[in-house]
Write a protein that binds this ligand. Structure first.
Ligand SMILES: Cc1cc2nc3c(=O)[nH]c(=O)nc-3n(C[C@H](O)[C@H](O)[C@H](O)COP(=O)(O)O)c2cc1C
Length: 321
């Protein structure tokens, strides 16, 4: 059985499940596996490493996939958009910044433009700037995000956009119960990151996957510590949800001191990330961590999520009367 929504019609996919464009984690193998399973895989172009992106687009083979960028970072390197568009992605996914400069070339190329937002004001602005799909991302999400919770944010964005643009829910959704609930909130689908972070095809270190499977949502924290350590100059309105570890516990309340020692901490942090040292480098998952219980392939994650949502939606009417 397929699940039909405005999102599945727009993208011509079987299930309204999008892989989050996780920077450096969602590569071609993961994206193509999600697409082949009936959702849409999106490669995490992140801050824009041209060679990495070209390699991952190649790895996706002939499966249609999307490409995502971090919008404020793309502004420093707009030529990357041309590189992505030249590959004719199925969709472009932009988050964290205004899309106004980038919407015209994407629309001219006839490519679906997905904008991820964290507030109502950003949702209205992105819709006005031409987004074809708005992703309302709640603070439960793994990775960067804002302060609003998914449950009230999604229906508020649906109401604000008055049905003119399909709204997709992100943040805390990792199984069919979450997908069914998001559809009941008025969303046309979901974006999932954390659950695919731990998947077999994810490019993150095996230690990170193991830690994600073992963790609970109780163990996560939103902080700017790892961005300061990595020397990535994120605008203050967004921070990053990860598992709490000794490094973050040490620096979270002391960011100015971390800035002062950044020259020494950055190489230490980057080395820890390369080695999968989870005491220092962050495991980037959100509150859905409780629901990530096994190291599965992406196709199985999509199939289980879709089947569980179908079963929940199918049996919901029995609660009436
Ligand atoms: C490891 C990781 C990396 C992420 N990187 C990006 C990114 O580069 N660009 C982006 O738009 N969102 C990124 N996100 C956020 C996702 O787009 C999405 O909103 C989030 O994963 C949804 O919540 P969930 O993690 O509970 O599924 C990332 C999320 C994770 C877990």
């Amino acid at each position: 059985m397929a699940i039909k929504t405005a999102l599945t019609s727009l993208l011509n996919i079987e299930y309204p499940i999008l892989l989050a464009p996780m920077a450096g984690v969602a590569g071609g193998a993961l994206a193509s596996a999600v697409t082949r399973a009936g959702g849409l895989g999106i490669i995490g172009g992140g801050y824009g490493d041209k060679d990495w992106l070209a390699q991952q687009l190649l790895a996706a083979g002939n499966a249609p996939v999307g490409v995502g960028f971090i919008t404020w970072s793309l502004r420093n390197n707009p030529a990357l958009l041309d590189l992505a568009l030249a590959h004719r992605p199925k969709a472009m996914f932009l988050s964290f910044g205004d899309i106004d400069d980038f919407a015209p070339p994407i629309k001219r190329a006839g490519i679906v433009l997905i904008a991820q937002v964290q507030t109502l004001a950003q949702a209205r602005k992105a819709a006005g700037d031409g987004a074809d799909v708005i992703v309302a991302q709640g603070t439960e999400a793994g990775g960067h995000g804002g302060g609003r919770a998914t449950l009230p944010l999604v229906p508020a964005v649906v109401d604000a956009l008055k049905g003119e643009v399909p709204v997709v829910a992100a943040g805390g959704i990792a199984d069919g119960r979450g997908l069914a609930a998001a559809l009941m909130l008025g969303a046309a689908g979901v974006v999932c990151g954390s659950v695919f972070y731990a998947s077999r095809e994810s490019l993150t270190h095996a230690n990170n996957k193991r830690a994600a499977v073992a963790a609970s949502g109780d163990d996560t924290i939103r902080s700017s510590a790892i961005d300061v350590a990595r020397g990535i100059d994120w605008p203050a309105q967004w921070n990053i949800r990860t598992l709490r570890n000794p490094f973050i516990a040490r620096w979270h309340g002391d960011l100015d001191a971390l800035r002062r020692t950044a020259a020494a901490e950055k190489p230490r942090y980057l080395q820890a990330a390369a080695e999968g040292d989870t005491e220092v480098a962050a495991v980037i998952v959100g509150e859905a961590a409780d629901l990530i219980t096994a190291d599965l392939g992406a196709a199985e994650i999509v199939a289980r999520m879709a089947a569980e949502a179908e079963a929940r939606l199918g049996s919901a009417a029995r609660m009436l009367g």
